[in-house]
Design a protein around this ligand. Structure first.
Ligand code: NDP
Length: 251
């Protein structure tokens, strides 16, 4: 293939790759030649089959990222399978909704631990082989709620704002070691996560009226942005939060 987006010879690790945005990211990276480790608590068998059909290689790695316990093993299994690690995509995430007065400590901790704490410690573990190889790319999946407060989702807004902050913090620390750290902030994307919103006729109409592009995003829209940030085309880009939102934040 060749060209600035070519990832032949590169190895990517994608979390939460069995469905939705993570699946589309893994397939997009494989589509430009990367071999991909698929880390998550549900085995990403469908994603692995799609990557196989593209003529690339996938490896399923068992990892429940609600704690940081598996992060070292996930990186070790990836390097053992493919010999290196060039790209980490921190995509796994959950959301919990509740009214302010009833928001529980459990819903606070679960969202912060999965969406933010594991992201940092997996990045720390992944940076070690990247530094030894002379560089790499870390791409975090943020959200519109990295910029806005949302409604009934305080721990998610806190976690995703934290993802923006830690993206910049890691970018500072790792730039001298040849690692670029960026985030993609998806707008409203059609996945299982947003199925209830799509099904609610009134909410769906309100959302569509608010999006300048006039449509929901597709998981593939996020895959394209991640390919850019994973490739040498973005070697001088670091610490950025790239919104892929059909113009939502521009309005
Ligand atoms: P899905 O719910 O479809 O997918 C979430 C992924 O995260 C799944 O693979 C899920 O695995 C995985 N995951 C959740 N908890 C854990 C855990 N403890 N350990 C390992 N993996 C876990 O959501 P989306 O594809 O929509 O979201 C992907 C990312 O994009 C998330 O970070 C989300 O916050 C973000 N995002 C999504 C938007 C949207 O509009 N869809 C908008 C903005 C951001 P499992 O299937 O096993 O639960």
């Amino acid at each position: 293939m060749g060209g600035p987006f070519d990832l032949a010879g590169r190895v990517a690790l994608v979390t939460g790759a069995n469905t939705g945005i993570g699946q589309a990211i893994a397939v997009a990276l494989a589509g430009v030649g990367a071999r991909v480790a698929l880390a998550g608590r549900t085995p990403a068998t469908e994603t692995a089959a799609a990557i196989d059909a593209l003529g690339s290689e996938a490896r399923i790695v068992d990892a429940d990222l609600s704690t940081i316990e598996p992060v070292g093993r996930v990186v070790e299994e990836t390097v053992a399978a493919f010999g290196r690690l060039d790209i980490l995509v921190n995509n796994a995430g959950i959301i919990r909704r509740a009214d302010f007065d009833r928001f529980s400590e459990e819903d606070w901790d679960a969202v912060i631990d999965t969406n933010l704490k594991s992201l940092f410690f997996l990045s720390q573990a992944a940076a070690r082989p990247m530094v030894a190889q002379g560089g790499g790319k870390i791409i975090n999946i943020a959200s519109l709620l990295s910029f806005q407060g949302g409604i009934r989702v305080p721990s998610y807004a806190a976690a995703k704002s934290g993802v923006a902050g830690v993206t910049r913090a890691m970018a500072n620390e790792l730039a001298p070691r040849g690692i670029q750290v960026n985030a993609v902030a998806p707008g409203y994307i059609e996945t299982n996560n947003t199925a209830a919103l799509q099904a609610d006729e009134t909410r769906n109409r309100q959302i569509l009226e608010r999006i300048p592009a006039g449509r929901w995003g597709r998981a593939e829209d996020i895959g394209g942005a991640v390919v850019f940030l994973a490739s040498s085309a973005s070697d001088y880009v670091t610490g950025q939060i790239l919104a892929v939102d059909g113009g939502w934040l521009a309005r």
